[in-house]
Design a protein around this ligand. Structure first.
Ligand code: ATP
Ligand code: MG
Length: 195
């Protein structure tokens, strides 16, 4: 029996500073060099574009909006993502968002139903490396950074992404983005998912 290659919608998650955007940029560069039709989407940027039309000016203020408003923006962003039909679409997002009301899911069931991911990639790194990456990156207005918080967030990440796998039936590939090993991490993801 012959199976036609299906389009892939890969959702890549990881806590802030783990290196998702860096890793994803590398993956897209490799895939484009191999002639693949690939599109990279930042979920947060899409949400921010919608929020800007409603007067928000700072991307890092998004997570401080009332959860109900963030949920509305999530839905609009998911609908835009669902409209892309490239061979490979990779979405840069978070499994949860740290809001004043607590951790809330970046990929609740209603959003997963709209996006219909085929694969999840959960990016992690050593807590100390994440700490240093956050401290170095002064382009972002980050929440208070401590090692115990980062460890807690890595725990919450793994719980949230397991729930996504159960809800959708899509597999989760874990990848360690080790310091200075971005090429290695990118090749692992590409070969694991068969991109
Ligand atoms: P956010 O969720 O806030 O967007 P992110 O997960 O996308 O964060 P990046 O912006 O990609 O994280 O990376 C954070 C910092 O870590 C950047 O300064 C980046 O250059 C650095 N970095 C990422 N991966 C590696 C790596 N493998 N080795 C060394 N530095 C890295
Ligand atoms: Mg990023």
């Amino acid at each position: 029996m012959l199976y036609l290659a299906e389009n892939k919608k890969v959702v890549m998650i990881g806590i802030p500073g783990v290196g998702k955007t860096t890793l994803l940029t590398k993956i897209v560069e490799i895939l484009k060099n191999n002639g693949k039709n690939v599109h990279m989407i930042s979920f947060g940027t899409l949400m921010f574009e919608v929020a800007k039309a409603n007067g928000l000016t700072d991307r890092d203020e998004l997570r401080k909006l009332p959860v109900s408003e963030q949920q509305r923006l999530q839905k609009v962003a998911a609908e835009r993502i669902a409209a892309y039909n490239e061979e490979i679409v990779i979405i840069d997002t978070h499994a949860f968002i740290n809001s004043p009301e607590g951790y809330y899911p970046g990929l609740p069931e209603h959003v997963l139903k709209i996006i219909k991911p085929t694969n999840f990639v959960s990016v992690s790194a050593k807590p100390e490396e994440i700490y240093n990456r956050r401290m170095k990156d002064d382009t972002r207005n980050r929440d208070k950074i401590t090692l115990p918080n980062i460890k807690k967030e890595l725990d919450v990440q793994s719980g949230m992404i397991s729930a996504c796998a159960v809800l959708t039936g899509a597999p989760v590939r874990y990848v360690l983005n080790g310091e200075g090993k971005i090429d290695e991490a990118a090749s692992k993801v590409i070969s694991a998912i068969g991109l």
